[in-house]
Design a protein around this ligand. Structure first.
Ligand code: MV4
Length: 447
């Protein structure tokens, strides 16, 4: 097991990882920018190192500073959290070259999944169902026309270096195709320095369902069920659930089994998420994330398993603490992402939190790094906390969520809490009847 882990992140996830390290008796080092000197995780860590000024590129993305902080403090592993350097293959390789363990998969696996064409090719080879489309990059309009005619319109053109919704263009008919291909390629070239694009059948009303997987580091793989993350705004998840209201146990076990086997065959190590679009009872792979995700607590709630403990165990060579047959799905969990933003316009609202009171009681978890008197700096993303609610079934979970939202007090700044108080009373949400476009349409109606 590791002696000392350096946490290369900030905010609620830095605190989340710190808690896991403390439980495992591992010493902690945090790195932080000058803007985060007063952050909770800095106060709670055994050691802290200031690595630079507020802009991320000069601090949380500064690989040399982070490696230097490891050398100075004698950290033997790095947990990258999510965002920042968590899916940076070069960072994983550099740490390995310094004999520091990156708590995550190999640089090569990160690289494959970061290239969306290569990721899709790999998924297909491993037996994961993918969206019908081109076999690789498409450059010529003629080829694009042939593929689109074969799979049928509408089609979507995606940047291979994109992901998470960046660099996508939809063509509804052949007349739209040329412009869609050209704009997708030039935008991809400008944004990512790589103009490779691929074509897929455009699914009009899917849900976003993702499967949590783990490779054990010894060639084994398991799944921890799925999360439904269909409620998004501008490709930012807002509300996540486990299980998906759309799946039954048989579908869960079927897609989970396919994913677990794929992870084993790939020789993948650590936590991963396989993202699907789900429409008319079919799963279609779109991307794989090679990190711990923001919404991992809903999976922890229904399985009772600490996924950060598992990441640390696997990275240290100790394997997983559970076998597939030990992983049971109990009840239902919902996570609300609480952002320091206007609940209707989503304009960021940094500043001082004058009063912070979190809900409690059975089935309630709040992951947050803020406190009364804390000043939210304007430089980073606006997530200030996550409310995760668990119940024996979805009805009980929703009941408890409504009550928890009533108890939650955040004064001094605007937050997205009022949006959740509206959503929890909405009939479609109560019925679990929503797709990836539901939230944007709801917000546009201004109800
Ligand atoms: C799609 C799609 C429809 N058809 N691919 C957006 C983020 C990126 N991960 C993939 N995305 C989509 N890919 C095909 N073939 C629709 C989306 C999409 C979306 C996906 C998940 C959650 C929210 C979304 C919002 C708009 C579009």
């Amino acid at each position: 097991m590791f002696q000392k882990i350096l946490i290369a992140n900030r905010g609620e996830i830095a605190l989340r990882v710190l808690r896991a390290c403390k439980e495992l008796g591992i010493q902690t080092v945090v790195v932080h920018s000058t803007a985060d000197a007063d952050a909770m995780h800095v106060r709670l860590a055994d050691e802290s190192v200031c690595i630079g000024p507020p802009p991320s590129r000069d601090s949380y993305l500064n690989i040399h500073q982070i490696v230097a902080a490891c050398e100075i403090t004698g950290a033997d592993a790095v947990h990258p959290g999510y965002g920042f350097l968590s899916e940076n293959a070069k960072f994983a390789d550099i740490l390995a070259a310094h004999n520091i363990t990156f708590i995550g998969p190999s640089g090569d696996h990160i690289r494959i999944m970061g290239d969306k064409i290569e990721a899709k090719r790999t998924a297909k080879r491993l037996g994961i169902p993918v969206v019908p489309g081109s076999d690789g990059a498409v450059t010529e309009e003629k080829e694009a026309r042939r593929i689109a005619a074969e799979i049928g319109y509408p089609v979507i053109i995606k940047a291979s270096a994109g992901g998470g919704g960046r660099g996508m263009k939809v063509a509804h008919t052949e007349a739209d195709l040329e412009i869609a291909l050209q704009t997708a390629r030039s935008e991809a070239g400008a944004a990512f320095g790589d103009d490779a694009v691929y074509i897929e059948k455009y699914l009009e009303k899917p849900r976003h369902i993702e499967v949590q997987v783990f490779g054990d580091g010894f060639g084994g793989g398991v799944h921890f069920g799925e999360r439904d993350c269909s409620l998004q705004r501008r490709h930012q998840k807002v509300w996540e659930e486990a299980n998906s209201p759309a799946l039954n146990a048989e579908e869960r076990s079927r897609i989970g089994g396919i994913c677990a086997k794929a992870i084993a065959d790939l020789g993948y190590s650590g936590a991963g998420t396989i993202e699907f679009l789900y429409e008319n009872g079919e799963f279609y792979f779109i991307e794989m994330n090679t990190r711990l995700q923001v919404e991992h607590p809903v999976t922890e709630a229904i399985t009772g398993i600490d996924l950060v403990h598992e990441q640390i165990r696997v990275a240290s060579g100790g394997g997983l603490s559970v076998k597939q047959e030990d992983i049971k799905f109990n009840g239902h969990a919902i996570e609300c992402r609480i952002n320091a933003e206007d609940p209707r316009t989503f304009t960021p609202s940094p500043g001082t939190i004058t009063h912070f009171h979190t809900p409690g009681g059975l089935g309630i978890r709040v992951d947050s790094g803020v406190y009364s008197g804390y000043k939210i700096p304007p430089y980073y993303d606006s997530l200030i906390g996550k409310l995760i609610v668990h119940g024996r079934n979805r009805v009980e979970c929703m009941m408890r969520l409504r009550r928890a939202l009533d108890e939650f007090v955040v004064d001094g700044i605007k937050t997205t809490l009022p949006l959740f108080r509206d959503l929890v009373g909405n009939a479609d949400i109560a019925n679990g009847d929503y797709d990836i476009h539901w939230l944007e349409k709801y917000l546009a109606r201004g109800e």
